[in-house]
Design a protein around this ligand. Structure first.
Ligand code: NAP
Length: 483
């Protein structure tokens, strides 16, 4: 028995653990299926992997890190930071590694969840908090013949570091946020690199730079200086959110900047044409890079924009019949988003799996955190809380604060469970879906933000400040408090 079970030890699971500990709660466990903490920053280790939100903001507000060596820290520094947080706040020993949650079942009579670990052991808990991330399960494209490929093949999130790519003929499928980071790293090493692009991404300059030793010393001595920069970054990005969520015409400035960037970095008109996106900027995630376009302009790199028809044991065949040989295939094809929250059966009050519930009713949760029919279950980075423009860590902290209030309500009232009222959830979800109507994400492109029906149950379509405000104070009347 544990008062709270947290699933996952990425940014959200750790934040939840830290806040519980700070509130004096010791009776919790963090279940982590892998053998290390860090979530996405443990899994993604591909060359060039780094945050694309400035690190001063992509970190906990209560634990500023004066040690960042770049404005956009590489993955290993972020992982070190998370380890540091787990140690400093005394929650490292609360994490159980190799503990994959395979099922969670709610019992209305006791108001408790029974969590099954690795298909065997069970743990009873009053509250279940999921911090399982949303971009986690690698998306393996459904390309005919992919399983017949005889060379080396791996996904960017499962990078095979034992492979020496020097002198190889490499094919990369995908040109998203991951690919634009590793393509410039591997391009100078390989003999030939074919980059298969289905949709040209919008790419803007990356305002990155090294943070000098004296600056780091300064922030160590005067943390307020770093906080001022953090605030400036926050408001800068928040301003960009206005364009995404409100009038897409505001995005024109960004589009001009991206076009100028392409024009400056790519002089070959044929390549430039291939790399010019044909959809509204912001509809898919805007990418930032200073070295992606120059890498594509290298003589040993080809951008192939003709659709792939099949993979053979020795190469990639495109719709024009061309068969390009390769010995290494790297999938930069992203993640299956919808499968993540519900990758294990989560059976609520009526014994209905959350995945089935969402299949029938549409994916949604009040504030992205609580679902009617699933009492005492709290989702971190849940539906409609992902961002296209700012730091998820900000959203996570807001969510954790809200969950802490729900747990406090449970305790204060001596209740067995709290359950969000259906009408409250509906009102929230309807408002969100209404707000999404006029946003850039619904402007006609296909993206992982949308499910196959075109519904957007991933993105928070407003200022993050508004989310902060809505989650700041839990309204007890939004919940049925059951004894
Ligand atoms: P992604 O943005 O979803 O990109 C996947 C790429 O693969 C796209 O270019 C997509 O083309 C292509 N693709 C997928 N299936 C394909 C198929 N069957 N045939 C051909 N091409 C196919 O994935 P990602 O680059 O891994 O990034 C995912 C998300 O993770 C990002 O949006 C971002 O939120 C996050 N991320 C963040 C960072 C960071 O902070 N540093 C780094 C990496 C990732 P289409 O565009 O045509 O679908």
């Amino acid at each position: 028995m544990a008062e709270v079970v947290i699933i996952g030890s990425g940014f959200s699971g750790l934040c939840m653990g830290i806040k519980l500990k700070q509130a004096g709660c010791e009776d919790f466990v963090i279940l982590e299926k892998a053998d290390d903490l860090g979530g996405t920053w443990r899994d993604n280790t591909y060359p060039g992997c780094a945050c694309d939100i400035p690190s001063y903001l992509y970190s906990f507000s209560f634990e500023q890190n004066p040690r960042w060596t770049r404005m956009f820290a590489p993955w290993n520094e972020i992982l070190d930071y998370l380890r540091h947080c787990a140690d400093k706040y005394g929650i490292a020993d609360k994490i159980r590694y190799g503990a994959e949650v395979t099922e969670a079942v709610f019992d209305e009579a006791t108001g408790r969840w029974t969590v099954t670990v690795n298909g065997g052991e069970t743990i009873e808990t009053q509250a279940l908090v999921t911090g399982v991330g949303s971009l986690h399960q690698p998306n393996v494209p459904d390309l005919p013949g992919l399983d017949t490929f005889a060379g080396t093949a791996f996904h960017s999130a499962l990078w095979d570091h034992s492979q020496d790519l020097r002198g190889r003929n490499v094919a990369v499928i995908g040109t998203g946020a991951s690919a634009i980071q590793f393509v410039p790293e591997i391009a100078p090493q390989v003999a030939q690199l074919d980059v298969y692009q289905r949709t040209a991404p919008w790419v803007t300059p990356k305002p990155d730079r090294a943070i000098a030793g004296w600056e780091r010393k300064l922030y160590q001595r005067f943390p307020v200086g770093q906080r001022v920069i953090r605030d400036a970054v926050y408001w800068g990005l928040e301003g960009r959110g206005a364009g995404f969520a409100g009038n897409p015409k505001l995005m024109k400035g960004l589009e001009l900047q991206a076009k100028r960037h392409l024009h400056k970095q790519v002089t070959d008109p044929e390549l430039r044409a291939k790399l010019t996106p044909d959809y509204q900027i912001g509809c898919k995630r805007i990418l930032i890079s200073n070295d992606y376009y120059p890498a594509l302009a290298r003589p040993n790199v080809s951008v192939v924009s003709t659709p792939i028809t099949r993979i053979t044991p020795t190469g990639v065949v495109t719709a024009d019949g061309t068969d390009r040989a390769c010995d290494t295939l790297i999938l930069g094809t992203g993640f299956t988003v919808s499968a993540n929250l519900t990758r294990m059966p989560v059976l609520g009050k009526d014994g209905v799996d959350l995945a089935d519930h969402w299949k029938h009713n549409g994916v949604g949760a009040h504030l992205g955190i609580t679902v009617a029919g699933y009492p005492n279950l709290f989702l971190l980075v849940g539906p409609n809380t992902l961002l296209g423009h700012s730091s998820m860590v900000f959203m996570i902290e807001a969510q954790v604060r809200y969950v802490m209030q729900a747990l406090h309500l449970l305790r204060r009232r001596g209740a067995s469970y709290v359950e969000v009222r259906e009408e409250v959830q509906e009102r929230f979800v309807d408002a969100i879906q209404g707000d999404l109507n006029n946003t850039v994400w619904q402007s006609g492109c296909t993206s992982w933000y949308l499910d196959p029906s075109g519904r957007n149950s991933t993105i928070w379509p407003d200022w993050t400040m508004k989310y902060w405000h809505q989650t700041r104070k839990l309204d007890p009347t939004d919940f049925a408090v059951v004894h």
